[in-house]
Ligand binder design. Structure first.
Ligand code: SF4
Length: 144
């Protein structure tokens, strides 16, 4: 859909295949699915079948591009430390909701302590800065 949106003219199956480097059966299957959801149209141009986005498809791609730009801006303006802490919290949330299995990370470690938004490791016997929080730690011990 992004390929169709980015080209100034409608594309045929071979052009889409060349652009994406995918097999014709994969593209045909995807086109069938997108057509059934009324996201793309097939039109005839000079006796050739070409594909374009429908208005519904265009609106979706424009929303996706806005979200992509927003993420790119956030990543550009955010320090690696903040991104790491965000990922750490995200993995911890996924773990606590059962989406990922047990991970040897600080938040679920026997030695981990959190007091007034400060982190402490009772194994290393020191305070942990957000950048020190581990997603996989060799010294991790399961909480009893
Ligand atoms: S032992 Fe490792 S996983 Fe456990 S709290 Fe300390 S640094 Fe975190």
């Amino acid at each position: 859909m992004t390929t169709l949106h980015n080209y100034p003219y409608p594309l045929n199956l071979s052009e889409i295949q060349r652009e994406l480097g995918l097999s014709k059966p994969t593209i045909s299957k995807t086109i069938k699915l997108l057509s059934s959801k009324k996201l793309i149209n097939t039109i005839k141009q000079k006796k050739e079948k070409k594909l374009t986005l429908t208005l519904k498809g265009t609106k979706i791609i424009e929303k996706v591009q806005k979200i992509n730009n927003l993420f790119a801006k956030i990543i550009e303006e955010t320090s690696n430390e903040q991104i790491y802490y965000f990922l750490f919290q995200l993995i911890n949330n996924l773990y606590s909701k059962g989406f990922v299995s047990l991970i040897n990370m600080c938040k679920n470690c026997y030695f981990f302590e959190e007091k007034e938004k400060e982190f402490y490791c009772n194994f290393l016997k020191r305070k942990l800065e957000p950048k020190d929080l581990k997603i996989f730690c060799m010294d991790w011990k399961k909480k009893e």
